[in-house]
Design a protein around this ligand. Structure first.
Ligand SMILES: Cc1cc2nc3c(=O)[nH]c(=O)nc-3n(C[C@H](O)[C@H](O)[C@H](O)COP(=O)(O)OP(=O)(O)OC[C@H]3O[C@@H](n4cnc5c(N)ncnc54)[C@H](O)[C@@H]3O)c2cc1C
Length: 614
């Protein structure tokens, strides 16, 4: 059942004026992570565990701004050539591009989190004296050959050679160990909670026989996988693609493959970690390109895949995901912040956070600093950016400004923007999701059960999976099941009777209201369900948990069934939203309505070019 809570949503909240003085108590919950003073040498956010991602202290100021909080205008304290709001990959790339064009420029990057990188976040654990590196968000350079030229060039410039991942990523390890996919069926739908192993690797007849599906559902599922049947007979390939683009995968399974409701329920949440909606909102044609978790039935003999997608393997992965891109950008922006010279040595290098915001430095990255007001100053020759740090407001002046933060927040920050542009920016409802990382002292239970990935048909975490087997530089993936492992669990709020943006708004609120104890409870429960048969004991085997809670996660993506057609590119809300305004330009992956690193970089480049033209 959806959470019919009455608390206001981030973007749709009623504007309630509250005084800035009310904000100071927040400093009490900031703790040492958001200290206003320069950080000491022990300031090292990647090693923090518990509730991370959109951590406590990071979001409250912006939510107060949305609720109408204002801060008195302040005198300008510092001057810069460029102020960037948002220190994710897009904001850091914007700083890089701007410096490439203006080598002497002084740049300030502001971010509300206690770490830079935005979604590209690094997690670290120490298990048995060994440092385990994990990705708290943005996980891989997906299909780098399709990256824009400017994005590929930036990766090269900061030292990333994607071809080397063919050597660093062990594509055969799990197959050679006989590890495959399992499905954990839920009791509510199937009468018993049961894990069935070997999805996609055992013969379908055998696998399906072990499931708790009804006899009818079993027969339907077997037919959908094994019958070499065209479920759209008499249609040309183009006609099929046109139809499959207009109906959901659920409708296709129900109306054309005609499977039992238990089979529909089995797949309803299969794509939650990618599209973050149920299968009833995902165009059937898109399933062709999605093989995560072992693949889906019913389409393989109806329409073949001839689009060339998927030719590149999904291996372009640093142990901390694309946080390495953010770290390499910081290395290029602030000499000495990240020791070393190569992509390989960057993986284990400890970033010196004391160097990020040094007085007199050409580039400064100021963390724990939430922009609250961005307006043009003196005769429109500058931009005044006010931000709140440690409960106290400050104002800096930039000759130019790039807003690389969540685009839906910009209408609240930039009151000068025209109303249609604000509406375009607000259209980008971000998608909430959680990446929970669980450090375990070994992964013997997975090896014994032959498991690498478990999909849960209807549980809190949609999936649990082993880490990607990647070894780079001094960082060696523990290939022996007796060694520590970081498990990846993904939770996406799901409300059966809400669609797209309505669901994401409700889910975002639910994430912020869910205490760490709940995330932890489900980790223990679901791991015990899957693994206790092989001796796994959550109390004994889990050494640490980091919950990367992204209430504002993926960028809005206009690829779901209900997205309207637009007459032209210029009519798209996010294109209207990202137009430059005076000395302010707009970046972030939101500006391209696509949740990927290529877009984050390419939109940063566009924003910098627009400022140059202005
Ligand atoms: C869980 C998850 C997994 C993902 N996996 C992948 C993947 O595998 N591959 C891929 O290509 N993409 C992935 N993405 C998409 C990802 O969003 C982009 O690749 C990219 O990291 C986005 O960068 P960005 O700079 O555009 O935005 P962000 O990373 O969101 O950075 C924007 C920053 O601005 C800050 N900000 C917001 N408001 C303010 C304010 N008022 N003041 C100061 N700062 C502010 C934000 O807090 C944030 O730190 C994933 C996203 C998520 C959430």
């Amino acid at each position: 059942m959806p959470n019919k809570t009455t608390r206001r949503d981030f973007l749709n909240g009623t504007q309630v004026a509250i005084g800035a003085s009310l904000l100071s108590p927040w400093t009490a919950v900031f703790g040492r992570d958001a200290a206003g003073a320069p950080p000491g040498g022990d300031y090292y956010p990647p090693a923090l565990t518990g509730l991370r991602g959109s951590h406590e202290g990071a979001w409250q100021t912006m939510h107060a701004r949305v609720d109408g909080a204002t801060w008195s205008p302040l005198p300008v304290e510092e001057d810069y050539d460029l102020v960037v709001v948002g220190g994710g990959i897009s904001g850091l790339s914007a700083a890089r591009f701007y410096l490439d064009e203006n080598p002497g420029a002084r740049v300030l990057v502001l971010d509300n989190h206690d770490d830079f990188g935005g979604h590209a976040k690094r997690n670290e654990f120490t298990v048995g004296g060994r440092t385990q590196i994990a990705y708290g968000g943005t996980e891989s350079i997906d299909t780098p050959s399709a990256y824009a030229d400017v994005s590929q060039a930036l990766l090269r410039d900061i030292g990333v050679d994607v071809q080397r991942f063919y050597e660093y990523f062990d594509q055969d390890l799990y197959d050679e160990m006989g590890l495959s996919y399992g499905i954990a069926f839920d009791a509510e739908t199937y009468g018993e909670r049961k894990l069935v192993r070997g999805y996609g690797s055992r013969p379908w007849r055998e696998f399906i026989a072990d499931t708790p599906l009804s006899d009818t559902a079993k027969a339907d599922l077997l037919r959908a996988f094994t019958d070499e049947r065209d479920y759209l007979p008499g249609m040309s390939r183009d006609e099929k693609i046109a139809l499959l683009s207009q109906i959901s995968y659920s409708s296709y399974l129900e109306d054309y493959v005609k499977v039992d409701a238990q089979v529909l329920a089995m797949y309803q949440r299969w794509g939650m970690s990618f599209w973050c909606v149920g299968m009833d909102e995902i165009p059937a044609i898109d399933i062709l390109g999605y093989t995560d978790g072992g693949g889906l039935p019913g389409l393989q003999y109806t329409v073949s895949r001839e689009d060339g997608r998927g030719v590149e393997p999904y291996i372009f992965h640093f142990p901390d995901g694309n946080a390495s891109i953010a770290r390499l950008l910081v290395r290029s922006l602030i000499p000495g912040a990240l020791p070393g010279k190569t992509m390989e040595d960057s993986v284990t290098a400890r970033l010196d956070y004391t160097r990020l915001d040094r007085a007199g430095a050409q580039v400064r990255i100021r963390l724990n600093s939430t922009a609250v007001h961005v307006v043009h100053g003196e005769n429109d020759k500058s931009v005044h950016v006010s931000y709140v740090r440690d409960g106290k407001p400050h104002t800096v002046r930039g000759r130019r400004c790039i807003m690389a933060c969540y685009n839906s927040a910009i209408p609240y920050l930039c009151p000068e923007l025209p109303a249609p542009q604000k509406a375009g920016l607000a259209y980008n409802v971000k998608v909430p999701l959680v990446y929970t990382k669980v450090a375990v002292r070994d992964w013997r239970a997975f090896a014994e059960l032959g498991l690498r990935y478990v999909y849960y048909t209807n549980d809190f975490y949609k999936q649990v999976e082993l880490d990607y087997p990647v070894s780079i530089g001094d960082y060696a993936f523990g290939t022996d099941p007796g060694q520590p492992m970081t498990l990846h669990l993904c939770h996406v709020p799901y409300f059966a009777d809400l669609q797209g943006p309505a669901q994401w708004r409700a889910g975002r609120q639910q994430l912020l209201e869910t205490p760490f104890a709940t995330y932890e409870h489900h980790v223990r429960d679901q791991l015990d369900q899957a693994l206790s048969g092989a001796g796994f004991d959550a109390d004994r085997d889990i050494t640490a948990i980091t919950v990367n809670r992204w209430a504002h996660g993926y960028s809005y993506s206009p690829k779901l069934l209900w997205e309207p057609d637009y007459a032209s590119e210029q009519d798209k809300p996010w294109v209207i939203g990202r137009q430059p305004f005076g000395r302010i330009a707009i970046a972030n992956s939101d500006a391209g309505a696509s949740a990927d690193t290529n877009t984050a970089i390419a939109q940063a480049y566009r924003a910098v070019r627009e400022l140059a033209r202005a």
